[in-house]
Design a protein around this ligand. Structure first.
Ligand code: PLP
Length: 370
């Protein structure tokens, strides 16, 4: 089965093989594996061991996003969130349910965030402590300029939180060049090509120290995770970690080092290009114009043909060994296809060919979108 969802992704056989073992998470040998994984991640993030820390957190990306918000935004703090799509909306909900105040900045879904509008919103409300943005908006496929947004936050004297879940490992990122950053969050199972179960935040050590005790949660307190690592040794966990997922990530990160970030991004970009051009060639309409289309995920507008039915389409594709998301996250009906994981432009073309057959099978005659 060709897994073309925007995470979890198609993994390398060696990554899957690492899952087939019993592990003792509290054992010193396994602690060394965890420490090694954190070292590799810190290296990818551009961090240095004396200034930055990678904090592992059991669970999926939303957990890490909530943890970053709780840890760094105090109860009396306030977040500015450019509303780039449904993952920005999720950030808002995570913040609000944690009792943190949010200011939403409207953004057209098919456009880059207007940096001047962000600067103006920060200037207009001195109570805003943090700018929080989604680097790669998986709901549409647009990639925002996280570095430029960071500069805007820096110039306004505010802190930055980045949801880098579908970006980290492929898109450029360098914590050493972002002194305004409080945290960027990511998971094992997207561009790092591991399996789900573990998420991470990378943050400055000084900020973690200063954030002690403000998370109003023990499980989701990144500062406490940091303190624990300082006390008990890096690679030790407070609570049971998904040991197999971490062992698999260790292997995935070796494969990552062999490929290199630039080559991985180039491969994803080629995947996206093959798929984007491929669906256009068969008369389907991508959600985003080419100039803002990111390399991670392509959303395609649903055909207006009355025979269109997303689940039927997904099922027909599955019969052809291609698996895509059976939900969409855009206001207009669409379907989403991931370009990440152990897949190639050849696989993406195969997916396009399967889509021609699947549309015929479910009776969609016109592929035009509204
Ligand atoms: C995948 C993703 C998340 C996290 O999703 P989980 O299901 O919680 O792992 C968050 N933000 C973005 C942009 C994502 O693509």
């Amino acid at each position: 089965m060709l897994l073309l969802i925007p995470g979890p992704v198609t993994t390398h056989p060696d990554v899957r093989a690492a899952l087939a073992q019993d592990l003792a998470p509290w054992d010193n040998d396994f602690r060394a594996v965890c420490a090694r994984v954190l070292d590799k991640l810190l290296h990818i993030a551009g961090g240095s061991a004396d200034e930055h820390a990678v904090l592992p957190l059991q669970g999926c990306g939303h957990f890490a996003t909530e943890a970053a918000i709780r840890t760094f935004v105090r109860r009396d703090g306030r977040l500015l969130v450019p509303m780039t799509g449904s993952y920005a909306r999720r950030m808002v909900r995570l913040a609000q349910e944690a009792g943190r105040a949010v200011v939403e900045l409207p953004v057209p879904l098919n456009e880059k965030v207007d940096l001047q509008a962000v600067a103006a919103a920060l200037a207009a409300d001195p109570a805003i402590t943090h700018l929080a943005c989604v680097y790669s908006e998986t709901s549409t496929g647009i990639v925002q300029d996280a570095m430029a947004l960071g500069v805007v936050a820096r110039q306004a004297g505010r802190r930055l939180l980045i949801d880098a879940v579908s970006a980290f490992g492929a898109l450029p990122f360098d914590i050493a060049a972002m002194p305004e950053l409080d945290a960027a969050v990511f998971t094992a199972n997207k561009c790092l090509e591991g399996v789900p179960g573990i998420s991470f935040a990378v943050a400055p050590a000084e900020r973690l120290k200063a954030a002690s005790g403000q998370a109003e949660s023990w499980s989701l307190d990144l500062a406490d995770i940091h303190q624990h690592a300082l006390r008990q040794g890096r690679g030790s966990f407070r609570f049971t970690p998904p040991a197999q997922a971490i062992a698999a990530l260790d292997v995935a990160l070796d494969l990552y080092a062999k490929e290199g970030r630039a080559a991985r991004l180039a491969r994803y970009t080629a995947n996206m290009g093959a798929f984007y051009d491929g669906v256009r060639a068969i008369g389907l309409v991508p959600y985003l114009p080419a100039d803002v289309q990111g390399p991670i995920i392509v959303n395609v507008r649903a055909p207006t043909d009355p025979a269109w039915n997303l689940q039927a389409f997904v099922d027909a594709l599955k019969r052809r060994s291609v698996l895509i998301s059976n939900f969409f996250d855009t206001p207009e009906p669409s379907f989403r296809v991931g370009c990440i994981g152990q897949v190639t432009p050849h696989d993406m073309q195969r997916a396009v060919d399967a889509m021609v057959e699947a549309l015929d099978e479910i009776g969609v005659r016109s592929r035009r979108a509204a």
